[in-house]
Design a protein around this ligand. Structure first.
Ligand code: SF4
Ligand code: SF4
Length: 342
């Protein structure tokens, strides 16, 4: 069976039995984040833009500040390096909207492919994601324009579709099979038809920003020299909020912090392509010192470079960068203008 129907209360019981830490969205669509469900707490019963917190879940496995190693210099000049621990409690994210669920595909492709980033890899291996179909889109949402949908299970290990007091649960990967087996025992199976019928209820209208994903990369490549980049970025104050709150942005800096003359630690800290010094070189040359060049980089990384390298956009249409930008810069409008809207 790859899909089952269970009472919602059974999911609560099965998750409690695993002993895993459960993180759920908190903040009801406003300032908030993913927080630990307290013992006996109720799992979210619905999902939508109204339940999506301002802070995405990436910080769980990609913290904004993480120790990579510590070092001690010996009296003879030898260096003792202490590796950092990249572990965390076994964790399940429950009730992530499809836009946040899909963020893990983008993060995995950037941080696990070719050369895995150890801090991310260590924790990602201990994280399971249970996505939930979205029943309410917001005015900043545009998941349907980036190859996703309110029913998309991309990035999920299990996907749940609330149906009254029940949940239709779809097994998407084997990562949460320990939980799946508990849920599956004695549960009613759901065939493809039943799954599609419930899935079909999750059709909130996502119509604010519509562009054609297939043609976007080529159109943006042609628009590299467009004068519109200056207009698009005119108001930007380079605060970086759009990238820090983005579920897929993952730029970082490495800093060595001395504790005393002989010891210290190396930190990996979030950084942003929107800070003027981000591309500053030791020669004092800075290839992206203008705001428009930095904004162009943000847009092209998400809609041209990452898709060419990994086959999917590095934007999930969550709308956070639009909603929380202090000067109302709208990435979707920029993309529609440069990439052609439908
Ligand atoms: S949030 Fe807005 S003002 Fe701040 S860096 Fe991003 S686009 Fe610029
Ligand atoms: S670029 Fe904006 S809309 Fe796209 S995933 Fe990041 S925050 Fe969400």
């Amino acid at each position: 069976m790859s899909a089952i129907r269970v009472p919602a209360s059974r999911m609560e019981k099965a998750l409690a039995e695993t002993g895993w830490r459960v993180m759920v969205p908190s903040g009801a669509g406003r300032k908030g984040g993913y927080v630990e469900l307290r013992a006996g707490g109720r799992l979210p019963r619905e999902c939508g833009d109204h339940t999506k917190p301002s802070t995405p879940p990436k910080g769980l496995v990609f913290p904004n500040n993480e120790e990579l190693l510590s070092y001690v210099l010996g009296v003879k000049g030898e260096i003792e390096v202490g590796p950092a621990s990249h572990t965390m409690a076994r964790t399940v994210l429950y009730g992530t909207p499809p836009c946040d669920t899909a963020s893990f595909r983008a993060l995995d492709s950037a941080l696990l492919k070719d050369m895995a980033e150890p801090g991310y890899a260590g924790k990602r291996g201990l994280l399971g994601v249970i996505g939930m179909a979205c029943s309410r889109a917001g005015r900043w949402c545009f998941c349907t324009s980036v190859g996703l949908s309110p029913r998309s299970n991309i990035g999920a290990d299990l996907m749940v579709y609330p149906d009254g007091d029940d949940l239709l649960v779809e097994r998407v990967s084997d990562r949460l099979d320990g939980l799946w087996k508990r849920l599956e025992a004695g549960a009613a199976g759901a065939d493809e038809k039943a799954l599609r019928a419930v899935e079909g209820k999750f059709v909130p209208r996502v119509l604010n920003f519509v562009f054609e994903a297939e043609k976007l990369a080529d159109a943006l490549e042609k628009a590299f020299g467009s004068p519109y980049w200056k207009e698009f970025s005119e108001r930007c104050v380079s605060c970086g909020i759009c990238t820090f709150l983005c579920p897929t942005c993952h730029c970082f800096d490495i800093t060595d912090v001395a504790k005393d003359e002989l010891s210290g630690k190396r930190l990996r800290t979030w950084d942003t392509c929107q800070f003027p010094e981000f591309t500053g070189e030791t020669s004092a040359h800075n290839p992206r010192k203008e705001r428009w060049a930095r904004q162009r980089q943000r847009v092209l990384h998400k809609f041209l470079y990452h898709p060419r390298n990994h086959g999917h956009m590095m934007c999930t249409g969550c709308g956070r960068c639009i909603r929380y930008c202090p000067v109302d810069i709208n990435i979707a409008e920029g993309v529609m203008r440069l990439g052609g809207s439908k």
